[in-house]
Ligand binder design. Structure first.
Ligand SMILES: Nc1ncnc2c1ncn2[C@@H]1O[C@H](COP(=O)(O)OP(=O)(O)O)[C@@H](O)[C@H]1O
Ligand SMILES: [Mg+2]
Length: 312
């Protein structure tokens, strides 16, 4: 515990000052989500959830299966709505899917009948306008520029030019996932929602995409919500960690078990992973997130983010 406390104190020193004062990009206010079960029953998934995420934060989200991580992302995306409470992006209540949020699910997100490059170009091309404006010469120019951008995105994701005109079924799952990320980035979304987007990848593809995502975040600072089951991945990529727990009873204040800033470092991911500080932090988070079974220990109430360095 002493080691954990030491790790915590260094977290606050390392919190980037510009993040502290950045505007709030995503606000989840007193959100409850229940689904109907059977004839008259319902199942509560999220309850009393309050979150404020600032522009440019990289929020890694961990939590047991079924605790509502995907539900949370779908609400921010505008694909689903809370039973009560409000979700806002950029100060506006979300009532539909729009281009402010890029979304990468775990798999199967590409159009099967479009090539890789067509998949990546689809979003901006579709947003350009109706058939009439597409007849104008400006559309051809726009498409040329778009193609160049799409190629750059695909190259950055490690795909080779020879694969650009292949269809999803002709490429491995890892390659398809690289395309899905390029596709989400093409719209230059201020918010990037990634739901276990790296879970189905082999370790080396996963490591290379972690590096790329980290570099992209450092360059353009989108607000990222990154759901993962991998504690190390969460701690290495995130600027902040949120751990959600399963809703258990009405007296429970919220699903948030842990909400903390994460130390930032300029060291490469592979080097940081080996540091003693990282190992201790990882142990601490695992203990807090998964260390107690629901049978042996009651649900932990909300812990305030440790911006004052005293909550955890
Ligand atoms: N549309 C739905 N109808 C009924 N139950 C749902 C629906 N979507 C999600 N659930 C339930 O809500 C719970 C949380 O789901 P989810 O957000 O996918 O969890 P997680 O991503 O954390 O594993 C699960 O028990 C799931 O079965
Ligand atoms: Mg999920």
């Amino acid at each position: 515990m002493v080691l954990a406390a030491l790790a915590m104190s260094s977290l606050n020193e390392s919190q980037e000052p510009e993040l502290k004062s950045a505007p709030i990009e995503i606000a989840v206010r007193d959100v409850t989500v229940s689904y109907p079960v059977g004839k008259n029953g319902h199942k509560t998934v999220l309850s009393g959830l309050n979150l404020e995420i600032r522009s440019g934060e990289f929020v890694a989200v961990l939590g047991e299966t079924g605790c509502g991580k995907s539900t949370l992302l779908r609400m921010i995306l505008g694909q689903e709505f809370p039973t009560s409470g409000v979700v806002e992006v950029d100060g506006q209540c979300i009532n539909r899917v729009d281009s402010r949020c890029g979304y990468v699910p775990q798999k199967y997100s590409l159009f099967p009948d479009r090539t890789m490059i067509q998949n990546v170009m689809y979003g901006p091309e579709n947003a350009y306008g109706g058939w009439f404006v597409r007849l104008l010469p400006t559309f051809r120019k726009f498409k040329r520029r778009l193609r160049g951008e799409a190629e750059q995105q695909l190259l950055r994701m490690g795909l080779r030019a020879g694969d650009f005109h292949k269809y999803p079924h002709q490429l491995s799952g890892g390659m398809q996932q690289r395309v899905a990320i390029a596709q989400a980035l093409m719209m230059k979304p201020p918010v990037l929602l990634m739901d276990e987007a790296f879970s189905a990848l082999d370790p080396s593809t996963r490591a290379s995409l972690q590096q790329q995502l980290r570099a992209i975040w450092q360059e353009t600072k989108p607000t990222v919500l990154f759901v993962t089951h991998n504690t190390s991945e969460a701690l290495l990529l995130g600027s902040r960690l949120i751990v959600l727990g399963n809703y258990r009873e009405a007296s429970q204040k919220s699903n948030v078990i842990l909400d903390m800033q994460l130390p930032q470092s300029s060291e490469p991911i592979a080097v940081r992973k080996l540091s003693r500080e990282f190992q201790e932090l990882s142990e601490f988070v695992k203990r807090r997130a998964y260390g107690s079974t629901p049978q042996s220990e009651p649900f932990q109430p909300v812990q305030e983010i440790s911006s004052r360095g005293d909550a955890i």
